[in-house]
Design a protein around this ligand. Structure first.
Ligand code: IMP
Length: 402
């Protein structure tokens, strides 16, 4: 049985947590492959709301092994707090696994992130301030600490003494007050290691063993394609590959082991952080959308017309493809196709047929524009507020949209 990848198609916050939770029930293992606690995945089950930053959404099912793969950058404090929060709320966390090869976000990474953003002024990326970029920098520079290092005092001492010399100099040059020293950090890191020891394993083989047994594996993406470090609006991106292939690399899954990629998109686009956003609304409709709680097609009820950006005009030329170059995107003017709206609330609709006609037209137009079938539609935050199309992913049936 192969793997299914769930990936964000916009700037993150598309609702991947809900999609993963909805699709996870029949699988035995859910793995995250990139990003860190910059992600925030919200899952609503009945009247309970769970907010997860690191542990994949599958953890809410007792039969699922929730895995943090080697491509994730892990803030151990966040992971411990998340494990404690879940345990307090009665969720079994004994099957949570974190890769020994995943890199650790340390306090100096967060300090560097904040100091660098402050020094950039108006040119700042608008990062989440979680130390994501600096941790990935150290991974690439081969000076990072990995989760397995938290279990070994000698390794921690050796690596931290060496790396902190450089970090202090950089922090100082950025005008940051933080001046981290090795000894207290070694003790703190050992404490994290002791707490996390039962969870730290070689997750690549864990995932591969599951696939070999014939189990279905779900890969939970984080952030979104437009924040991808190669294909997004660089430099206003995150520091990992948020596309499906990036999630696979960090999860330890080869391309031929994936047979389905599910893209999650909102019925409209939002963006946090900085960077060009040509279709941003600065009017009362934009404010109305932003102030509503969850970001799915139900949010569009009452908006008329609904505008779908189908291309851009850049320097007088029509451009069909999304321009990833930030300065081109800055000058891009959206070209819209307008659709009549609908007024009915649609939270209780469970079949496509029962959606207002205009909502169905809008869904079909997005489907045609994207050239892929829409198989799930979310009409509210709760797990069951979901419309399934005739074809359901992961059942390996032919695509019959409609
Ligand atoms: P970083 O990942 O904290 O370095 O932030 C880089 C960019 O990605 C900023 O624009 C953030 O707002 C954005 N970003 C990172 N993670 C998320 C996410 O989970 N949802 C939405 N935006 C994100």
């Amino acid at each position: 049985m192969p793997a299914t990848v769930i990936v964000g198609l916009q700037w993150g916050d598309e609702g991947k947590g809900k999609a993963t939770d909805f699709l996870a029930e029949p699988v035995t293992l859910v793995v995250r492959g990139h990003g860190g606690d910059n992600a925030g995945h919200t899952i609503v089950v009945g009247d309970e709301t769970f907010k997860l930053h690191l542990i994949p959404a599958g953890v809410l099912y007792p039969h699922i092994t929730a895995v943090i793969g080697s491509g994730v950058v892990v803030n151990p404090e966040t992971l411990i707090a998340e494990l404690d929060m879940l345990a307090e709320r009665g969720i079994d966390t004994t099957k949570v696994r974190a890769s020994g090869a995943a890199h650790v976000i340390l306090p100096y990474h967060r300090a560097l992130d904040t100091a660098r953003e402050a020094s950039l002024g108006n040119g700042r990326v608008g990062t989440t301030g979680r130390g994501i970029g600096p941790a990935y920098e150290d991974r690439a520079a081969r000076t990072g600490l990995r989760m397995e290092d938290l279990l070994d005092r000698a390794v921690l001492e050796r690596k931290l003494v060496r790396v902190l010399k450089e970090k202090r100099a950089v922090l100082d040059s950025l005008g940051a007050e933080a001046s981290p020293s090795a000894e207290p950090l070694v003790e703190q890191a050992l404490g994290w290691g002791e707490r996390l020891r039962p969870h730290i394993v070689d997750t690549t083989w864990l995932v591969q063993a599951a696939l070999r047994r014939g189990d279905h594996v779900l890969v939970e993406g984080a952030q979104g394609t437009l924040l991808d470090i190669d294909h997004g609006s660089y430099p206003y991106v995150t520091s990992s590959n948020a596309i499906a292939a990036g999630a696979c690399a960090g999860a330890g899954i080869g391309p031929l082991q994936v047979d389905e990629v599910m893209g999650v998109t909102k019925a409209y686009a939002t963006r946090v952080g900085s960077g060009p956003f040509p279709t941003e609304l600065h009017d009362e409709i934009g404010e109305g959308i932003a102030s509503r709680v969850l970001n799915k097609i139900d949010i569009l009820s009452g908006i008329d017309p609904i505008r779908l950006c189908i291309a851009y005009e850049i320097d007088g030329r029509r451009v069909e493809a999304w321009p990833s170059q930030a300065d081109l995107l800055e000058r891009a003017l959206p070209i819209y196709r307008d659709f009549p709206g609908w007024t009915e609330p649609i939270h209780d609709v469970r079949t496509l047929r029962d959606l207002p006609e205009n909502a169905r037209h809008y869904v079909t137009a997005i489907e045609e524009q994207a050239g892929v079938p829409i198989v799930l539609l979310s009409v509210g935050p709760e797990r069951t507020q979901t419309i399934e199309r005739a074809w359901r992913p992961m059942r390996h049936q032919p695509v019959v949209p409609g």
